[in-house]
Each structure stands twice: as structure tokens, then as C-alpha cells.
Design a protein around this ligand. Sequence first.
Ligand SMILES: Cc1cc2nc3c(=O)[nH]c(=O)nc-3n(C[C@H](O)[C@H](O)[C@H](O)COP(=O)(O)O)c2cc1C
Length: 205
Amino acid sequence: MRRIVCLQGSPRPMGNSASMASALCEAATGEGAQVTTFALNSLEYRGCQGCLLCKTRFEACVLKDGLTPVLEAVRHCDVLVLATPVYFGEVTAQLKAFIDRTYSFLTPDYAFNKDKRTRLAPGKTLCFVIAQGHPREDLFADIFPRYAYFFNWLGFSHSRLLRACKVYHLGDVQKREEVLEEARALGRSLAIGADSAGGRPGLGN
Ligand SMILES: Cc1cc2nc3c(=O)[nH]c(=O)nc-3n(C[C@H](O)[C@H](O)[C@H](O)COP(=O)(O)O)c2cc1C
């Protein structure tokens, strides 16, 4: 059974990115996947403190807060779904703080030995779910490849993208049946482990 962890990075629990992620996760559950969802905005946590204790004395992040169980779930997942709106050309602050904390998954040697970069088991899949208000697809297209590059270092050897442009108000994506259908198809494919089909190979060597 495939273990999928979904992080909702929007402060809007019924928003566009959360709706896309929900459609994906429901379809994955229907195919037998075990899905665990965390709404980041409901948790209390800090970003990485740069203490480097995860590189010197400990194997994991020493901060104990709302992200501790999230990081532990990600450690054991097969697929990580990161759902976010575009905020000022980026992921939300809630999601970025989580991403910075995944620094604790990198080994002390990550910069020098590309064969021993991660403390995570290899072969995981990253799935980005992005909602943006602007209709132009060429704008903010850099978000996904930038993070896929770094997550490849962490052991996410495949990455997938579900993206909706021109969704702004609450409920906008509910009127975009083609986006929701793409979400369901992606959820089914992730649930059965067809991660490389239609995906992109890992980036970032
Ligand atoms: C603080 C803030 C910043 C935003 N910045 C952008 C942006 O840079 N580009 C864009 O296309 N849309 C931007 N938007 C619009 C959101 O991306 C859009 O409303 C999206 O559908 C929200 O997703 P959600 O419903 O999952 O929260 C911004 C919205 C907010 C509230």
C-alpha cells in the first residue's frame, strides 16, 4: 500500500489548492493508498533556525513543535504532495518554513558526496499542486522545477506537477472540471506507483 502525505500550504482550508489536493487524495484513497493530510496553517512551528545540530550532533531536527510529526510522516512516505497557492511568485510562507526544515533530512556530507546526500530512503515521489491567480502559464513556472531540484537531493527521484492558472476566488477551481479530472487521474496513478509514467526524472545532481 502506498503511503501518501499531503501538506496543504494555503491558509484557506477550502481554497483552490486544497480542493485540487483533495480531489487527488480522494482518488488515491479510492485506489487503496493510505493518505495522511496536514493543514500547515493550523499548526504552530518555526522555520529552520540554522543551528546545524542536525549536521553535527543529531540525525534529525531538534526543534519540537507542530512540524515534528509532519517531518516524521514525510520520512516514511512514498509520495509527498505539497499543495500551495502562488504568493508573490513563491510558495506560501507556511510551506516554505516546512521546506526549510527538511534541511534536517540532508546528511552532513550532502554538499560533497552526491551519493550520500539524504537520510531518507530513495525512490520517493514529489507531487506539487499549485494554484495561481494570474492566467499566464509562463509566470511563476519556475517554482516547481526549483523545488523538484532540491527534493531530488532528499531522495524524491520523481516529481509531478498539477497546476491551475487563472484561479483566484474561493471556488474558482470547482468550475474547472478538467483540472479536477487531471487531479483524480494523478491521484490514481500515484496510488498504484506509476510515478515515472508521465512524470519527469529527478533533477539536481
Ligand atoms: C498574499 C497573496 C499573494 C498572492 N500572490 C500571487 C502571485 O504572485 N501570483 C499570482 O498569480 N497570484 C497570486 N495570488 C493569488 C492566489 O495565488 C490565488 O488566489 C490562488 O487561487 C489562491 O489559492 P488558495 O485558494 O489555495 O489559497 C496571491 C494571493 C494572496 C492572498
